[in-house]
Design a protein around this ligand. Sequence first.
Ligand code: RP5
Length: 236
Amino acid sequence: MTVTREFPPSWKTVDLDQYRPTLVDTPAVVLAHDRTKVAGGWADPTSPSLDFLRDRISLEHNGPIFVDDNDRPLNPAGPTGRAGRILGKWGPNLAADPIVLRRGVADSLEMLAIERKDTGAWAIPGGMVDENEDAQTAAARELHEECGAVVDFASAHIIYRGVVAKDPRNTDHAWMETTALALLLAPNIAQTIEPKAGDDARRAKWMTLDDASVENFYADHGTFVRAAVAWANTQP
Ligand code: RP5
């Protein structure tokens, strides 16, 4: 049982009698892919249920899914001011983020980055983990779909596992969680990769990492990339 009927510790400071989150609209594309209504659907039905929540886990501290008295899962990173669901699943929506680095000129670091079509922000070429897929496989698949690069993540370093707190689609009841994985490619391998944008990417490139570029990354990606750079700087 991975469900617990209590509020996450991060909610303890909230005065729930006064808390009035805004109810969001669930996008039509999510409703159209309700797996209880259409074959091959990837979205949960309109109401959350312990039936499917209890089979899931939260990457945040590898913990349980906290639910309220109405069986609504509660964002472990704290209240967002928004109720309901924008993402496909109630509770955690699992993603993988492949951070692929190489050394550039004067020992600067460069990363395979994409410009997202939805917000226009530069980002790690990540995406959703499919059913029965592990984070390493999803990271390699997403990198290939969005950048055209073929890289094996089996030995990648785990930089982060948990809620993507600044993803603009998060609500109190449905939120993004990710596994961010970093690799520092050897120069002879890195030079064979010519990024080519695909899928959700408008552009793809080797981006030189400096304070300004990292600062403007999508959601929490700047934080993940900074941690990956710190790790890469410890590598031979
Ligand atoms: C972010 O959204 C994750 O860090 C990941 O990069 C991304 C997954 O969503 P899509 O790119 O599939 O929209 O929160």
